[in-house]
Ligand binder design. Structure first.
Ligand SMILES: NC(=O)c1ccc[n+]([C@@H]2O[C@H](COP(=O)([O-])OP(=O)(O)OC[C@H]3O[C@@H](n4cnc5c(N)ncnc54)[C@H](OP(=O)(O)O)[C@@H]3O)[C@@H](O)[C@H]2O)c1
Length: 255
């Protein structure tokens, strides 16, 4: 009996020592098994995009933050580079995305009219496809923020639920997210992923936890659409960069 108790005490001590060593190594930034990626982020100055920048940098990646006004960035990090660029300009995009491992777009904007076609999201998707035609297999993987309204609930797409007023700026931006999905789906060979928040997305806390769905809205126990914090949405983006599971797909992200 005494012998058995002795063996189990030794085992517990060894386990404790090993866990202390593992915590120490993790604290020193050691042993992250995901290699550092070079990530271009359009919308790096935005609500969601800025959280993606933080998440990527905190996980050891190199970030090129693109903005029409790069001098406005306040990010101070050795792995962050601010670059001037317009996501609707092919020449500028070709220069910026060359050699990147992944390109993230979390952009927003209407055109002169409120049409979906004139939105920044729609134009950017078409420009990325033009870039793909030029770069072929060298085109970096693309990940883009989508919208809840393109998800379905009980067979009805949010866009057609009567919640969005046709002709409004909001409707144009929301509908653009569907055009984006259609363009990518019609482009064989392009490595794309669209991440749609399943419900409300707002600044909050980073829990590191979220659920991944498909074309349907994710709901909670009471049947309410599951929202997500911008911080956890950013975690989902960088998880997908590090361990691709949804190439050529749209995924819903929520709690
Ligand atoms: N519940 C939902 O489903 C939900 C809710 C909110 C947002 N969203 C989606 O999330 C996306 C991002 O929203 P957000 O609120 O984070 O956006 P935001 O804070 O308004 O930021 C927009 C970003 O777009 C960039 N941008 C605009 N035009 C550009 C251009 N021509 N070239 C380069 N960059 C350009 C801006 O960069 P610069 O000004 O620095 O150039 C800015 O960083 C949108 O597509 C939106 O529809 C979905």
């Amino acid at each position: 009996m005494a012998g058995l108790r002795g063996v189990s005490m030794i085992r517990i001590r060894i386990e404790k020592i090993l866990s202390v060593i593992a915590l120490g190594l993790a604290a020193m930034g050691c042993c992250s098994f995901a290699a550092a990626a070079n990530i271009v982020i359009y919308g790096a100055s935005g609500n969601i995009g800025s959280k993606v920048v933080t998440e990527a940098l905190n996980r050891g990646h190199h970030v090129i933050g693109v903005s029409r006004k790069p001098e406005s960035f306040t990010v101070k990090h050795e792995n962050f580079k601010a670059v001037k660029g317009d996501v609707t300009d092919l020449a500028s995009m070709l220069e910026i995305i060359a050699g990147a491992d992944a390109v993230i777009m979390s952009i927003r904007g209407n055109g002169a009219d409120n049409s979906a076609e004139e939105t920044v999201d729609n134009k950017a998707s078409l420009v990325y496809i033009e870039a793909f035609k030029k770069l072929g297999a060298k085109t970096p993987r693309l990940l883009q923020t989508g919208n809840q309204a393109t998800l379905f609930r009980n067979g009805v797409q949010g866009l057609n639920s009567g919640k969005y007023q046709e002709g409004s700026a909001f409707y144009g931006r929301v509908k653009a997210h569907q055009l984006v999905l259609d363009h990518y789906a019609a482009t064989p060979g392009l490595k794309w992923t669209v991440l749609s928040p399943s419900g409300t997305i707002a600044a909050g806390t980073r829990t590191g936890k979220y659920r991944v769905g498909g074309d349907e809205v994710l709901t909670d126990a009471s049947g309410k659409e599951s929202g997500i914090s911008q911080e956890d949405f950013a975690v989902a983006f960088i998880d997908e960069v590090e361990k691709p599971k949804a190439i050529g797909k749209r995924i819903a992200i929520g709690y």
